[in-house]
Design a protein around this ligand. Sequence first.
Ligand code: T3D
Length: 254
Amino acid sequence: MVITQHQEAGLLTLTLNRPEALNAITTELLVELAHALEKAQDPAIRVVLLVGAGRAFSVGQDLKEVQVRTESFKDHLRHYNRVIKLLQQLEKPVLVAINGAAAGAGFSLTLACDLRLASENAFFTPAFSRIGLVPDSGMSYFLPRMIGWNKAFDLMTFSPRITAEEAFELGIVDRIFPAESFQNDVRVFAQQMAQGPTLAIGLTKQLLRRSASATLEEMLDYEAEMQDRAGQSQDHHEGIQAFLEKRPSRFTGN
Ligand code: T3D
């Protein structure tokens, strides 16, 4: 298996497990990842965490595999696109831990997740332009929305290496943790999130996705619809009770 899975108290950790190849992405990896994300719809899973084994998150498409591939780029990209859509459609938070390099489609994968948690040693590079390709796997969608058109164009054109700190300043990275405690810090962060109001967080994710292409009127209606769902949840009831009883909430994600 090139995607390994570990489930603990509502947190599903999916590991890109080709450390000897810096988690370069193969068709096998994409198929396994898509399968794991489909299974992550299980309500018992409240948060998904994507990590890379070894010293990199992922260096993108395995360029050795490209040499022996017979299908067209367009056909091959269906495997990537399936994964990107599943990451976005999951009605629960998807976190990604970036321990080292995130290059090419490895960078794109991180952009499709909801929060990027980086080690201070992490670095990012679009990489596509260096090998005469255009950005794919959603990079041209997510990056301009995160950092603005001109910065996205600059990064995607020149493919510099940007450090975790630079990515944080740009608004790509959401948290930076020290390298020596990275794994533990990420696990604690993710476990805490998995004990939160994950149903409401999942609905918030849907709101943000819709807002990328909706009018204010459409968003006001959609917010009302989502609030109706959140307002009927056990978590909302528990949140009110906990507030009135002056105690911490015990959310279940229901
Ligand atoms: O359908 C399609 O195929 C289109 C989809 C495209 C999606 C894409 O992701 S295209 C972009 C693919 N990725 C790249 O072009 C990145 C290439 N790698 C690099 O630029 C650098 O390796 C990094 C900046 C990511 C990391 O640099 P560094 O100095 O930490 O490591 P390194 O020394 O360059 O690489 C270490 C080894 O990993 C090395 O192998 P060796 O010499 O030790 O045997 C290198 O060849 C290998 N490696 C790195 N990236 C890839 C790779 N092998 C296969 N595929 C890679 N993408």
